[in-house]
Design a protein around this ligand. Structure first.
Ligand SMILES: CC(C)(COP(=O)(O)OP(=O)(O)OC[C@H]1O[C@@H](n2cnc3c(N)ncnc32)[C@H](O)[C@@H]1OP(=O)(O)O)[C@@H](O)C(=O)NCCC(=O)NCCS
Length: 181
């Protein structure tokens, strides 16, 4: 996988509160790595991984990730992977949208684009973990399940005592089964 040839493009008008430029959902390329790092850092909510991790993700997991661009500039992303032990399950690792673009459906479009893409590979479930204080994220994934007419269930996964630092527990949210592509 070279990660340098975008595919699966989807274009739309951005109806969000930010710029009214043209919104495009795309497959990430390595050069997007620094923007994923920046958006994560600026979110002040997500765990910030190393800048190296985002470059690697854009190279090796681009087919299970997506970026949102407005007039070519990255304004949001979702990173994910297929669970090695469960090939019918995509795990959403991180999703974030620039503060200026929130509330306009960008995150929902990123997730729907990603699901449309991976359902052709036999994916029937989406999993993600969310801290209990992240209302926006819980709403986002609940809306996705509603729009896909799929069940959503939550359970404890990584309890706070497992973390060596002052990290809240991460609950597992599982959506599915999703309709066959
Ligand atoms: C969570 C986040 C990605 C949502 O992005 P967004 O583009 O604003 O989300 P959307 O506009 O696509 O909204 C999708 C749904 O979630 C709801 N939602 C989004 N943010 C919300 C908020 N702050 N409060 C309540 N509901 C919210 C929307 O109302 C919509 O539901 P609807 O279809 O019922 O109207 C964004 O707030 C963000 O980047 N937060 C910081 C990073 C983060 O917490 N990531 C998630 C954890 S991995």
């Amino acid at each position: 996988m070279t990660g340098d040839k975008p595919s699966h493009k989807h274009e739309d008008r951005n109806g969000g509160s930010g710029s009214a430029g043209r919104l495009e959902i795309d497959t990430p390329v390595v050069a997007d790595g620094p923007e994923l790092y920046r958006i994560t850092r600026d979110s002040a909510v997500l765990d910030v991984n190393s800048s190296y991790a985002y470059l690697l993700w854009c190279r090796d997991f681009s087919q299970t990730s997506a970026v949102a661009r407005v007039d070519g500039a990255v304004v949001g992303f979702v990173t994910g992977f297929i669970r090695p032990d469960a090939p019918d399950t995509i795990v959403v690792w991180q999703i974030a949208v620039d503060a200026s673009q929130r509330g306009g459906g960008v995150a929902g479009k990123l997730l729907n684009h990603l699901l449309d893409r991976v359902q052709g590979r036999g994916v029937r479930f989406l999993e993600t973990t969310i801290t209990p204080d992240n209302t926006a994220s819980i709403k986002l994934f609940s809306a996705l399940a509603r729009d896909r007419a799929a069940e959503i269930n939550s359970s404890e996964l990584f309890t706070a005592d497992l973390f060596p630092d002052s990290h809240l527990g991460e609950d597992l949210y599982r959506i599915g089964p999703l309709d066959a592509a």
